[in-house]
Design a protein around this ligand. Structure first.
Ligand SMILES: NC(=O)c1ccc[n+]([C@@H]2O[C@H](COP(=O)([O-])OP(=O)(O)OC[C@H]3O[C@@H](n4cnc5c(N)ncnc54)[C@H](O)[C@@H]3O)[C@@H](O)[C@H]2O)c1
Length: 244
């Protein structure tokens, strides 16, 4: 059977660990040429279909540098996965302005800038896929997630506006909404037995998701099969959010 993403070029930010790494590995396994970007060069198979890049997505030159690297390595850019993200917890009573700005710089501002640089390449091909990492917190509030929750709501609004503006170029935009997934980001929360028990109990499937559980839906959304799917948020939560 043909590989789902054969001939496509994908950029995945935050590909050095967790969900981004799983998406980069899955897209690569499905035939894509992948530019994997993280603060430090990701440890991924360095073959002719995988290029590795150390870049802070908030750097002034990040959008141009990432797009240039994709063009240099693979001749274009078809799929952009804006996955790099940070969570600096805080309630309205203790979230500092500095931490709020840091969260928005990575989770929102960098998305805008990198997407803006990537769109012309997709437009040129009349085909593109933009996948942004939202969260269950794109729909709900959570304890001490003031900046993070606001940033993930911004991801939802941003993605819907992309879908509306870019659909006629053959470009779709969707956002993934994982619940708690085992990664470095969630580890400090998972260390709290109450938090873990809550998510294990809430998800009818009875376990907490792995990064690969997010990579599967990402693959579908990046594929030709999802050409009529745009502007949507996808909850990836083992049914947790279906439970009252
Ligand atoms: N793990 C979860 O439970 C969960 C749930 C919902 C949404 N998400 C979202 O999924 C995405 C991936 O998170 P994860 O859980 O895999 O976390 P993670 O910490 O394992 O991975 C995030 C990656 O992004 C990179 N990164 C952070 N800041 C960066 C920057 N400025 N420039 C370049 N790379 C940077 C990190 O180095 C890291 O490798 C995030 O957007 C996160 O908000 C995660």
């Amino acid at each position: 059977m043909a590989e789902t993403l054969a001939g496509r070029v994908a950029v995945v930010t935050g590909a050095g660990s967790g969900i981004g790494e799983a998406i980069a590995r899955t897209f690569h396994a499905e035939g894509a040429q992948v530019l994997a970007v993280d603060l430090a060069e990701p440890s991924l198979p360095d073959d002719s279909r995988m290029a590795l890049m150390a870049k802070d997505v908030t750097a002034d030159d990040a959008p141009d540098a990432i797009v240039a690297a994709a063009r240099r390595a693979f001749g274009g850019l078809d799929i952009l996965v804006n996955n790099a993200g940070i969570c600096l917890p805080g309630s309205i009573e203790d979230q500092t302005l500095e931490s709020w700005d840091k969260v928005f710089a990575v989770n929102v501002r960098a998305l805008f800038r990198i997407t803006q640089a990537a769109v012309p390449l997709m437009k040129a091909k009349g085909w593109g896929r933009i996948l942004n990492l939202g969260s269950i917190m794109s729909d709900f509030g959570g304890p001490s997630l003031c900046a993070y929750g606001a940033s993930k709501h911004a991801v939802a609004g941003f993605t819907k506006s992309l879908a509306v503006d870019l659909g006629h170029y053959g470009i779709t935009a969707n956002y993934l909404q994982p619940s708690a997934i085992w990664t470095g980001m969630s580890r400090p929360f998972m260390d709290d037995p109450d938090f873990r028990a809550y998510w294990e109990g809430k998800a009818p499937v009875g376990y907490i998701g792995e990064p690969e559980d997010v990579a599967g839906p990402a693959l579908f959304l990046a594929s030709d099969a999802a050409r009529f799917v745009s502007g949507m948020g996808f909850r990836i939560c083992g049914g947790a959010m279906a439970r009252f």
